[in-house]
Ligand binder design. Structure first.
Ligand code: SF4
Length: 296
């Protein structure tokens, strides 16, 4: 991140594609903060910054960076903010940044549930162009075991509503999430859910254990059997083979992934499957990555 006069409450996360965006920390933490696999905001208690303070931050940022074109609203799910509050922020951003082209934020599906189609349309017209949503899984059982607090249907309904409002969707699926027991249903149901949503952007990340596998096993509401690299590749293959997408930009380039795939689904589906088949058959020659796990 570049220099900013703003004071952030760490840790601060943003999607890789927002590396050059100005970050406005409107909320602290995640309003849900209960997912078994996520430690991103476990050190923070969720709260909303006062509007007056945010408006001051916007004014100050605009003095330093008047050329800003992209702004990302943090933290974990700034879309949890009420419609009128978000409207105030977006209006203030529009007033202070004349070259602004897009505002984005992380969002939980439930944050869209609380807003009407009309409200989401208004937010989109005020500059909210895209939301990043961690769907994680389309499988009911896996969603329940990781305590996501969502169902397949709620995710589908709320994300389609955002899309109908003109807000682009960048969604994430977490491979390895259900372990060996649930790998097939996790992969197949996730693909089925993604097919219904037809997101603009889709990415996969691999489950990691910042506090070790045992910590995750304790939080997982079922029997979790950790997956090897080869199992993860097979799960990704199953997931991709079940996708029926028109034109979703796909990436598996987050550092947690073993194999980088980039392209468009469905156009590049067969190409991805061939690469995965090769990697599954001969992992040694496929140039797989595991630096991230080894902490390099
Ligand atoms: S909703 Fe997102 S940010 Fe919040 S705990 Fe779950 S995965 Fe983490």
């Amino acid at each position: 991140m570049f220099f900013t006069p703003l004071k952030y409450e760490e840790p601060l996360f943003r999607p890789p594609s927002e590396a050059y965006s100005l970050i406005l920390q409107a909320t602290i933490g995640c309003s849900w903060n209960k997912c078994a696999f996520c430690e991103m905001y476990s050190s923070k208690k969720f709260r909303v910054k006062p509007l007056a303070e945010l408006k001051e931050e916007i004014k100050l940022s605009a003095e330093y960076f008047p050329e800003t074109r992209k702004i990302f609203i943090a933290d974990g799910n700034a879309m949890a903010l009420q419609f009128t509050f978000l409207k105030e922020i977006l209006n203030s951003l529009k007033d202070h940044f004349p070259k602004l082209t897009r505002v984005t934020a992380y969002a939980g599906s439930r944050d869209m549930e609380e807003k009407s189609l009309n409200e989401l349309q208004k937010l989109n017209l005020l500059g909210l162009k895209m939301v990043y949503v961690g769907i994680e899984s389309g499988d009911e059982e896996v969603l329940r075991m990781v305590n996501k607090g969502e169902t397949n249907e709620s995710v589908c309904r709320n994300l389609k509503k955002a899309k109908d409002a003109g807000i682009k969707l960048s969604v994430m699926i977490l491979t390895g999430l259900g372990g060996k027991h649930f790998t097939d249903q996790h992969a197949i149901q996730s693909a089925n859910l993604i097919n219904r949503i037809q997101p603009d952007f889709l990415s996969t990340l691999v489950l990691s254990f910042p506090y070790g596998p045992d910590h995750y096993k304790k939080r997982f509401k079922g029997e979790f059997i950790e997956m090897e690299q080869i199992d993860i590749l097979k799960e990704l293959r199953t997931f991709i083979s079940y996708t029926e997408l028109n034109s979703s930009i796909f990436r598996s380039d987050h550092a947690s992934n073993y194999l980088i795939l980039k392209g468009i689904l469905g156009r590049d589906k067969n190409d991805f499957l061939k690469k995965l088949d090769f990697a599954i058959k001969d992992p040694g020659k496929a140039g797989l990555r595991d630096e991230w796990r080894r902490g390099l």
